[in-house]
Write a protein that binds this ligand. Sequence first.
Ligand code: FAD
Length: 480
Amino acid sequence: MDQILDRLRQIVGPQGYLSDPADVAPHLVEGRKLYQGKTALVLKPATTAEVAEIVRTCHEARLPIVPQGGNTGLVGGGVPGIGVPGVGMSGADGHNVVLATHRLNRIREIDAANFTMTVEAGCILATIQEKALEHDRLFPLSLGAQGSCQIGGNISTNAGGIQVLRYGNARELVLGLEVVLPDGQIWDGLRGLRKDNTGYDLKQLFIGAEGTLGIVTAAKLKLFPAPHDSATAFVGLADPEAAMALFTRARGATGDQLTAFELIPRIGIEMLVEHMGCVDPLGEPHPFYALIELSSSHEQAGLGAVMESLLERALEDGLIQDGTIAASTAQARAFWHLREALPEMQAYEGGSIKHDVSVPVSSVAAFLKEAIAAVTERLPGIRPVPFGHAGDGNIHFNLTQPKGADKAAYLARWGEFNDIVHNIVARHGGSISAEHGIGLLKRDELTHYKSALELELMARIKRAVDPENLMNPGKVLVLD
Ligand code: FAD
């Protein structure tokens, strides 16, 4: 083993691996600290050729590889040495290397005429957005972790975020990929084509695969015209039914100009005001809120007037209780801050049991009603904080512990509440992972909600592409 590790260190040179335990430590956990991992070595290659050489060497030595991007994942997908059959979840197995893509961070090309951009896997999402804007183009993938997550991680988790309803998730934003396969071969699929009907769409296999089929080293991304006009509103609503009726109306009336529709519950605003010093944007409290954004590439699209007329009519019809339109970019940012700070803020109130689920948009209100009733019946005093991308049917159905409850005892009931919520999701034809993926956290849960045939097809693909099970073993699925 020592010889192999020496060989891997030689491939990347002194800048390309970590030896100080303090530098290695952040690569062994993710933000929620649900799992503690262990690894023999953290490698940081700088080129695709180095990645390929590492993978070839590991393949020969049958040494598993755990890819990592910005490590902002929330389901344990990038934590090394855990969940491997025969080893368990304790992190006792260090028989693996972490391959972190931070140094694969070049923007290789921007083709403004083709509306595409070729980037390496370690480019930070926010950097990609900024570069696109410099060329009067938009890369629309946008999420709370965009200052630290990397495009390789976004692609490998098929990330969603706040503009999916207009532009789609990562899967719809990738035209081509470069991938190092589990035996070290480099697949160059960096095509910039909108139309390419030449057999199986191989890139889609790697998008959302969470590092189990290969290492994404570069991507050709779709760009769009940059927005030059926008309008952002914050409205107060009686209940989720009203929110979703407003969404249907807004989408119908504004079409593709509707780029975000986020749901926020009153309890979320109260927590933000108490713990983060945020200002309640509306005078009176309302049970629910929607954050709505319209945008257009036309400079004078008149979106302020469009939003005003939408809200006026909704108020007249009793669909909304109150609303305000941001008068400046700073005010629009302040509205967005309320939405983006929601996940972080829950930690101040003790334990939070998370669900990242989706249902058809037409079932969001019914799902929320049933799920809130069911969890409250099971544990009176539990505090549901359902928020998220309601316009995509995606709700982060988070459950804050009852006031004064014992945090550890509450969190020990994680699986029990997952069962309640996921069964309701399944009844509505929904998904138990809308955007964060499966990783380790939902791996066993997945077996209850996917058909045997789907699970078997996934296993067959994994065996065909990675017969030695060396790429992120134990994540997403377990092979017999
Ligand atoms: P990592 O966490 O490093 O890795 C994630 C998975 O991808 C792991 O399984 C890893 O092995 C694999 N992987 C990473 N890089 C590669 C590669 N190059 N090749 C192959 N496999 C690879 N997610 C959303 O979808 N929408 C949101 O709105 C959203 N909001 C968030 C807000 C906050 C505050 C936080 C902390 C997270 C949020 N997330 C969200 C989750 C997370 O940011 C996304 O899943 C993101 O896409 C992960 O990117 P990353 O670079 O951090 O990947």
